[in-house]
Design a protein around this ligand. Structure first.
Ligand SMILES: [Mg+2]
Length: 253
């Protein structure tokens, strides 16, 4: 889940941009956490404390009402409503917040069930759920079964029917699970380190913070995160978020 937070912070200053920026600086004063970090922390907090995923999302989003880039309009309406009815979304929000689930449970079945539960309060469309389950499952398989990169595309195709795109063909803003999840997986597959996974996710442009959050969360299950990147990213977090990250690592890592 720290991989998602790092990807979000690094991608934050490039949203709608990011193309043709080789060797960009990873961390600058323009970087900040966005909704991807807040929602990732919310899911981790729910796991640690046995809370409802939807209630934890409401708690954390209300605690941080104005992140860089804001929240999507549907999520904003959902937060304001009294009934919190799921809005059948297939947006990439279910996939960007799910990573903690890939680390916290000890079977694939339980991982998929919890990923589904984490998506449903808002992203109740089958594609919204599928995006979350795919990312959590891939994290689970990479960290526990040590599946090799050469098998990832086949596994993802067979189980989730996603085809990975050629990164150089990716253009424009993509904010659906169906687009962002395979793009993020391809960034991981074409990269040779945690850092280069994040860089590729930023360099394809578009929804850079979310793509980098998903790509970073997958890369974290395969590569070690360099210590300096970890330390620099944590400086962007307030103490309440740092406490959740520390507690999550102590419990599940
Ligand atoms: Mg964001």
């Amino acid at each position: 889940m720290l991989g998602a937070i790092i990807g979000d912070i690094i991608g934050s200053r490039f949203e709608y941009g990011g193309r043709n920026m080789p060797n960009f600086q990873l961390f600058t004063p323009e970087c900040d956490i966005t909704d991807d970090t807040i929602c990732t922390v919310a899911i981790a907090d729910a796991i640690i404390n046995g809370a409802d995923y939807g209630e934890s999302l409401i708690k954390w989003c209300n605690k941080y009402p104005f992140p860089l880039g804001g929240y999507g309009s549907k999520l904003t309406a959902w937060l304001k409503s009294t009934q919190q009815k799921a809005y059948d979304s297939w947006g990439n929000g279910s996939a960007m917040r799910v990573s903690a689930i890939g680390w916290a449970f000890d079977s694939e079945l339980k991982t998929a069930k919890e990923a589904t539960k984490s998506a449903k309060p808002t992203h109740s469309h089958p594609e919204g759920i599928k995006g979350a389950v795919c990312v959590a499952d891939l994290i689970f398989l990479l960290r526990t079964k040590r599946i090799v990169k050469a098998d990832v595309a086949d596994i993802v195709k067979e189980r989730f029917d996603y085809n990975m795109p050629v990164l150089s063909d990716v253009k424009g803003m993509h904010d659906s699970c169906m687009e962002t999840v395979p793009q993020a997986i391809e960034c991981f597959l074409e990269a040779e380190s945690f850092e280069s996974t994040i860089r590729k996710a930023v360099e394809i442009g578009g929804d850079t913070d979310t793509t980098a959050a998903i790509a970073g969360s997958i890369a974290e299950a395969y590569y070690p995160i360099p210590q300096d990147i970890k330390e620099k990213a944590l400086k962007y977090l307030d103490n309440d978020m740092k406490a959740i990250v520390a507690e999550f690592f102590a419990k599940f890592r």
